[in-house]
Structures are given as structure tokens and as C-alpha cells.
Design a protein around this ligand. Structure first.
Ligand code: ZN
Length: 224
């Protein structure tokens, strides 16, 4: 999702979430990240990190071919979406994260769904979460892809790739946005940005997966 609302299925709860403070080594590793911008808000006035468990790897992704006639060059659009998924592979370390494409949407941790039109105020693609903060369960209900801008025009395949990379960052647990325009998790498409993940995008995902699920982050804030 770029600058749009996302469907957070969060159950109200007053349960306590683990509080793990970072040691000095962790703090050094987190210095050049935007970790404090990618926390989930939980009741009451708390922001915590949520993500997949490492034992859930490889994450199962369902990425069907676009419906016939949706795009002039189906293969190019499909490949740009696929690359947006797989280019996060091994960013944290060997096999983390890791993806396996499955044939049935019901078997997927991350179902990708082609849509003719957005179902909200987003464009190109959008990640919808399925989360339970009480149990700290992290999940993705789907990533919707239109590959089109708000005016209905087809996005360039490089932009589809970058937006899909951004949505996959959300799907891996980076719920907020980087304040730095060089990062793929910045809240808007930057025409002059180097394509792909920045060093800070990689460092932030590493920091997220090195912290326990449910960790609080010093200075955490919303970035929306
Ligand atoms: Zn976003």
C-alpha cells in the first residue's frame, strides 16, 4: 500500500506483550534503520514489532498468472510482481526470509490477487494484514495488485516491481514507512530512486527479525 489505509484486523486486548530491551550490540545494529517507524499499534498506546516466526519459512506465496486480457504483456507484469517477492530472499540471513510458490491460494501465507480496480484509496498494489495482537499472530490476508495508477493507466513494469517490493516489505512485518526517500519503504514512488532495496531497507528487516516478536522499540511512532 502506498499512502493508503490498510485493513488491520486487530482484536482489542489488554494482554501484555513481551518487552525486550535492546542491548548495546543490538542498538548499534539498529542505528541506521527505520525500525521505530515500522511498529504495530496495540491497545493501549503501545507500539510493538510483529513479524513471521522464523520457523514459518519458507513463506508460501500464491501468485497466479494475470487474467487473460488484463495486460498487453502478461509475462512482464507477472515477472515484475514475482521479482518484488523474491528480491527479499535471504536479506536477514540464509533462508530468512525465503519463499515457496504454491498452486492453491488456500495453501498460501501470502496470497497475491489480481484486481481490476482498487478497493480503497491505494493504487498499483496493496497489502492487507490479518493480525491478532492478543496472540501476537502475524499474517497477511492478501496482496491485491492492479498494476495501475489511480487514473487507470498501466504502471511501468519497473514501478510495478518497486511497489510490489514495498508491499512485500509490509507483508514481512515492516508495517510503517521509512522517512527516507531513498528507501523502498518510503511512502511514495520516487522517480529518481535507485531501484531495489536500499542498505537501510535491508538493515531494518534484519533488525526486525533479530528482535523478539512483540518487542517494544524506543521512540516508536506512526509514520502514516
Ligand atoms: Zn506502504
Amino acid at each position: 500500500m502506498i499512502a493508503a489505509r490498510r485493513a488491520l484486523l486487530i482484536l482489542a486486548c489488554a494482554g501484555l506483550l513481551a518487552c525486550a530491551s535492546a542491548d548495546s550490540g543490538q542498538r548499534a545494529a539498529e542505528r541506521n534503520t527505520y525500525l521505530r517507524y515500522v511498529t504495530f499499534e496495540v491497545p493501549v498506546n503501545e507500539r510493538v514489532l510483529l513479524r513471521w516466526q522464523t520457523r514459518q519459512m519458507p513463506l508460501r506465496v500464491h501468485l497466479p498468472r494475470p487474467p487473460a486480457g488484463m495486460f498487453e504483456d502478461d509475462d512482464a507484469v507477472w515477472e515484475s510482481v514475482r521479482d518484488g517477492v523474491t528480491d527479499w530472499t535471504d536479506v536477514v540471513g540464509p533462508g530468512l526470509p525465503h519463499f515457496r510458490f504454491v498452486d492453491a491460494p488456500g495453501d498460501a501465507d501470502i496470497p497475491v490477487v489480481w484486481a481490476d480496480e482498487p478497493d480503497g484509496d491505494w493504487y498499483v498494489a496493496h497489502c492487507a494484514y490479518d493480525i491478532n495482537v492478543m496472540t501476537r499472530r502475524f499474517g497477511v490476508s492478501r496482496i491485491l495488485v492492479t498494476a495501475r495508477w489511480q487514473d487507470g493507466s498501466l504502471a511501468d513494469v519497473n514501478d510495478v516491481y518497486d511497489v510490489m517490493l514495498h508491499e512485500m516489505g509490509h507483508a514481512l512485518g515492516l508495517t510503517g514507512h521509512s522517512p527516507h526517500s531513498e528507501d523502498v519503504m518510503f511512502a511514495g514512488v520516487q522517480a529518481d530512486r535507485e531501484p531495489g532495496l536500499s542498505a537501510r531497507d535491508r538493515a531494518t528487516l534484519r533488525a526486525l527479525y533479530r528482535r523478539p516478536i512483540g518487542s517494544r522499540v524506543a521512540g516508536a511512532r506512526s509514520s502514516r
